[in-house]
Design a binder for this molecule. Structure first.
Ligand code: TYM
Length: 335
């Protein structure tokens, strides 16, 4: 009988090495990457070139790149199954970004909310890279012809722009790029700050009580959840205006797989104190094996190097092919 071999679909995503990833990065993106790895042909990268749009201390950046790479492996991504690489090791990202920037309008980039937010946060350093950042992100994606890009809600606008750029390029020069879809999880797509649940949880927040870092010690995690801002109703239920509780329910749903209804039943008649402890315990249990594996990996830098070098070679092969195709269509001499 003829064997039917279905070609696996492709996914790609990246994370910036701008600090230790938070529970938001984990639930909104990394955890989904791990879940998808089995069924997809996957590319995951540390987006180090993106990090320099804000000022970085070189020595610190270097260490963070390695730590972020190790964290990808610590959450369980397998360098044999997926292509795990560091963006700056693959020159095609910078090269394609330039080509795509000539298919991107000033007005489009001006509308990016992240550009507006970051310009406000760093008025002393509104550099051109901060402005063209979404073009580099489009290059990261389009080089690998992915079907899906698993990200948190905050990256949706950048992904939409990448789709627009790809469509325009294909229209002008001929078909080169696949137009990818965002893959955004139902829960965890927007984990909010514990101190101000109207704001997203962010690793660059000055208030360290507002976020859980993936590497926070159990007692710190417990302390941060106990302090989390809630409301005065003292009833665990999902409802408009209960941003703090809604956020904790979203987190608990991600770590336990329980629906909001099940969570409401579980805590019926109990106070927020019990609920916060349960949420913290579920997060501690989820992160414990990741933290252990991270410690082990950081002891073996030679192994990490072997993995990121192999990852770069694999990424290089695929990206060079797409880049050459784009260059050829545009009229550059490639042979
Ligand atoms: P970054 O490094 O800010 O975040 C990495 C991933 O984590 C998600 N995320 C969240 N999800 C839920 N709740 C939160 N509070 C939260 N905070 C962050 C992000 O949506 C993201 O999926 N520009 C990207 C990195 C990037 C990229 C790419 C992503 C560069 N090139 C190509 C996809 C494809 C960024 O800054 O993510």
């Amino acid at each position: 009988m003829e064997q039917i071999t279905e070609k696996k679909k492709v996914i790609l995503s990246c994370i910036q090495p701008t600090g230790t990833p938070t529970l938001g990065n984990y639930l909104g993106a990394l955890k989904n990457w791990k879940a998808l790895e089995e069924d997809f042909f996957s590319y995951f990268a540390v987006a180090d070139l993106h990090a320099i749009t804000v000022k970085q201390e070189p020595k610190e950046l270097k260490e963070r790149i390695l730590r972020t790479y190790a964290l990808l492996m610590a959450i369980g991504l397998d360098p044999e199954k997926s292509t795990l690489f560091i963006q700056s090791h693959v020159p095609a990202h910078s090269q394609l970004a330039w080509l795509l920037s000539c298919s991107t309008q000033f007005g489009e980039l001006s509308r990016m909310t992240q550009f507006k937010d970051k310009s406000k946060a760093h008025p002393e350093n509104i550099n051109a890279g901060l402005f063209t950042y979404p073009v580099l992100m489009a290059a990261d994606i389009l080089l690998y012809q992915p079907d899906f890009v698993p990200v948190g809600e905050d990256q949706r606008q950048h992904l939409e722009l990448a789709r627009d750029i790809a469509g325009r390029f294909n229209g002008n020069y001929g078909n080169v790029f696949k137009i990818p879809e965002a893959y955004i999880g139902k829960h965890g797509a927007r984990v909010m700050s514990l101190a101000n649940p109207e704001k997203k949880m962010s690793k660059s927040d000055a208030n360290t009580n507002s976020f859980i870092s993936i590497l926070d010690e159990p007692n710190i995690i417990m302390k941060k959840f106990k302090r989390a801002v809630t409301d005065s109703e003292a009833k665990v239920r999902y409802a408009e205006g209960k941003d703090g509780i809604n956020n904790l329910m979203g987190i608990y749903s991600c770590t336990t797989g329980k629906s909001f209804e099940q969570i409401e039943d579980e805590f019926a008649g109990k106070g927020y104190g019990d609920f916060k402890v349960a949420v913290a315990e579920s997060v501690i249990a989820e992160l414990e094996p990741v933290q252990q594996k991270f410690k082990d990996l950081m002891q073996d830098r030679a192994y990490l190097k072997e993995c990121y070098r192999t990852g770069a070679e694999k990424a290089q092969r695929m990206s060079a092919r797409t880049l050459a195709k784009a260059q050829k269509k545009m009229g550059f001499i490639v042979d």
